[in-house]
Design a protein around this ligand. Structure first.
Ligand SMILES: Cc1cc2nc3c(=O)[nH]c(=O)nc-3n(C[C@H](O)[C@H](O)[C@H](O)COP(=O)(O)OP(=O)(O)OC[C@H]3O[C@@H](n4cnc5c(N)ncnc54)[C@H](O)[C@@H]3O)c2cc1C
Length: 330
């Protein structure tokens, strides 16, 4: 395999940053393998997303705005990715490590007889062999796993683990035919907005306000952190200690066994800064820690360490942000 095919997951043309991370990484891998970097966009809004993808160093973007993709469960997507992979020839297929992406990847493994690297955070390519790096066993192990040299291989990509580097190299948008002879029975009757799970909001947010064990219980996430996050236009996250205690959903956990986030501003409230937390947020732009212990490990990698009680500092900070916003408007 020498081509790299990106499955661009989206809803109505709206996608996540991971799509552009994959488009960027696809070029690097394809160049190392001497192949092409390709993408597939299917369903309503595909043309709009294909236009955005033209800003990335891809060779071809396969497109079909087939309404069946949004009408049925993931079966049409799996058929399209399989068709695109066969049109492209031997390929490494990059799929986002999201709920839907994992489902698509699992089915493709069976269909294509392919190997898979799951939740990949890095790739090494040497002598035509692609090796995937991914955390395993709840993050207790970081494994490197070489993909077998077969026609197809699949890798699910952890969001925010790769960088985004737009560069328009004249990608061609090419229609892809609807796979023939397929019938689908699982019709989507309604869609629950993913935002409500917090998944989309947290990974895409430009500002993250995260809380830890120092908050002492679930209530401060609502009464302290949400108002600050709202004032800053950001999302709420958490340390594993807070998720393990049942104070927040695991979908908010940031770190080695949670999500990787790269906001421009990360505010850590009552979080000590254990290495397993650090790996999920260290690439943030500016890191501000609010902690009553000035010697907590997070002091070592924060841009600003505010030493004091979160319960007095956060409400004051929220008020200051709100009044600064009002002044900016008037
Ligand atoms: C295999 C493995 C995987 C892991 N994966 C993750 C992961 O993905 N994410 C993750 O976060 N952790 C992970 N952990 C756990 C990690 O090691 C830490 O235990 C965890 O991050 C600690 O969470 P914390 O900082 O909220 O709590 P603590 O370490 O207990 O820190 C609480 C902090 O709050 C401060 N504080 C207390 N009261 C106040 C107050 N009133 N105002 C201000 N500050 C206050 C304290 O000074 C302290 O620094 C993992 C561990 C292992 C072994």
């Amino acid at each position: 395999m020498n081509n790299v095919l990106v499955y661009a997951e989206h809803r109505g043309g709206q996608t996540r940053k991971v799509t552009f991370e994959m488009a960027t990484e696809a070029r690097r891998i394809a160049d190392a393998l001497g192949g092409k970097a390709l993408a597939l966009v299917v369903g309503a809004g595909s043309a709009q997303l294909a236009e955005q993808l033209k800003n990335y160093p891809l060779d071809t973007i396969y497109v079909n705005d087939d309404a069946d993709v949004d009408k049925f469960l993931l079966d049409p997507v799996v058929d399209y990715v399989e068709a695109a992979a066969k049109a492209a020839g031997p390929s490494l297929i990059l799929i986002p490590n999201t709920l839907a992406g994992r489902d698509v990847a699992g089915r493709l493994v069976a269909r294509l007889g392919a190997g898979i690297g799951a939740d990949v955070t890095d790739f090494h390519i040497e002598n035509g062999v692609v090796t995937c790096v991914s955390p395993k066993m709840g993050g207790a192990l970081i494994t490197t796993c070489a993909l077998k040299n077969a026609d197809y291989a699949i890798a699910t990509i952890r969001p925010n683990a790769f960088s985004v580097a737009p560069s328009a190299t004249g990608a061609q948008v090419q229609p892809i035919e609807k796979p023939a002879g397929k019938t689908y029975s699982a019709v989507i009757e309604s869609d629950v907005d993913e935002e409500s799970s917090g998944e989309m909001a947290l990974e895409e947010a430009a500002v993250v306000v995260a809380g830890g064990r120092g908050l002492g219980g679930p209530e401060p996430f609502d009464t302290l952190l949400k108002p600050l996050a709202h004032a800053l236009g950001g999302a709420v996250g958490a340390s594993r200690a807070a998720a393990d205690a049942g104070w927040v959903s695991y979908s908010l956990q940031i770190g080695q066994t949670g999500k990787t986030v790269t906001p421009s501003l990360y505010v850590a409230v009552g979080i000590s800064g254990a290495i397993q937390h650090k790996v999920g947020m260290r690439a943030s732009g500016t890191i501000v820690a609010i902690n009553k212990d000035g010697a907590a490990p997070i002091a070592e990698f924060s841009d600003l360490m505010v030493v004091g009680d979160a319960f007095s500092i956060v409400p004051e900070l929220t008020k200051l942000v709100e009044s600064a916003k009002k002044e900016a408007v008037s």
